[in-house]
Design a protein around this ligand. Structure first.
Ligand code: ZN
Length: 344
């Protein structure tokens, strides 16, 4: 499907987003410039339909049994249980958890987390045994072994069906075209469905800073992290809708990636409330991936976030105001226990 957009149309929609996000706070947290805007950009008529546009979204969760370490007073299992309870209370269907069964964790606890996920009625998918990315793997054979080493656990918890979904670690396909193409061919031959991602709020980047803040009992630092994160969620939802409208002339079915962590369990209620307030309706991953938007050319499949990838391919200016390195933005928070954390 080919779409063409006049530059006036693009500028008008970019302007509508800029107008909307101007209403949000902490613009200083951004490290990406907003596209240059025409002076008469404040067009509320354009802004309103985009904010009100409903959308479907599949919630997916990476790095089971846990990204990072549990914080004091919690365990991998207690975090997973609280996360699952929140998802169930919001009636989020079939949340696929992507597992690293060989992650450095207590084996009994890993087992308990994966069992809890299944008891909640949610499926599991492959994220490689030890979170080995195609960029980090020394050889393609090493990577294949890491994929296949995870499968015995998927079979243990899922049986023979329903787990052949691959979420690539770090959403990377390696540094060479050869490795990308080998991986795509291999996953096709092994009957995996590539679990593409269209939207992320960068939750992974807050885990270490949150751990520091909790160890220092720095409530101001935690509040600063939350303010930045929820602001990024709001901006990310608007950006997602804008890119979808520009690239596909409609709201495509979205796939959101989150990571199971002490940070994500703390912020999950706020994230889900924002998704719902923005018009999000939860769907399964299979339904999302059936959207024609995910039928990408073979040479492009799996490369980073879908919407950013397609926008870049079409030389479309990416709307600003989301952090492209959230890890750097929060790196200074709670570094010094004598000082309240501030987002640099
Ligand atoms: Zn991961």
């Amino acid at each position: 499907m080919s779409m063409s957009f006049g530059s006036n149309r693009i500028r008008a929609v970019l302007a509508s987003l800029a107008f909307t996000i101007c209403g949000l706070n902490s613009a200083e947290a951004s490290d990406k410039p907003v596209a240059e805007l025409p002076s008469a950009s404040r067009n509320a008529a354009l802004d309103a339909p985009l904010s009100a546009a409903g959308f479907e979204v599949a919630v997916t969760v990476d790095d089971l049994p846990l990204q990072g370490e549990p914080i004091q007073g919690s365990s991998r299992l207690s975090i997973a249980r609280a996360f699952l309870a929140e998802l169930k209370s919001r009636r989020v269907p079939e949340v696929m958890g992507f597992i690293n069964a060989g992650a450095p964790a207590d084996l009994g606890e890993t087992d308990a987390v994966l069992r809890a996920w299944r008891r909640a009625g949610y499926p599991l998918g492959n994220h490689t045994l030890t979170h080995l990315s195609l960029s980090d793997a020394r050889s393609f054979d090493d990577w294949k072994a890491n994929v296949e080493g995870n499968e015995q656990y998927l079979i243990r918890y899922m049986g023979s069906k329903g787990w052949r979904y691959m979420r690539l670690p770090n959403l990377t396909t390696g540094r060479s075209k050869e490795r990308h193409d080998s991986a795509v061919d291999y996953l096709d031959a092994r009957r995996y469905r590539l679990a593409e991602v269209s939207v992320s709020f960068g939750d992974w980047a807050y885990v270490e800073a949150y751990k520091r803040c909790t160890m220092q009992r720095d409530e101001a630092g935690i509040a600063a992290l939350e303010a930045t994160y929820f602001d990024q969620v709001d901006r990310g939802l608007l950006r997602m809708k804008l890119l979808s409208q520009l690239l596909y002339s409609r709201q495509i079915r979205q796939v959101l990636v989150m990571h199971l962590s002490a940070w994500s369990v703390r912020t999950l209620p706020g994230v889900l409330s924002r998704i719902e307030a923005a018009g999000g309706r939860y769907i399964t991953l299979a339904r999302a991936l059936d959207d024609p938007a995910y039928r990408e050319p073979a040479a492009e499949r799996g490369k980073g976030l879908l919407l950013e990838r397609v926008a870049t391919r079409r030389n479309m200016p990416l709307p600003g105001q989301v952090l492209n390195r959230p890890d750097l933005a929060v790196a200074g928070v709670c570094r010094n226990s004598s000082r309240a954390g501030n987002i640099p």
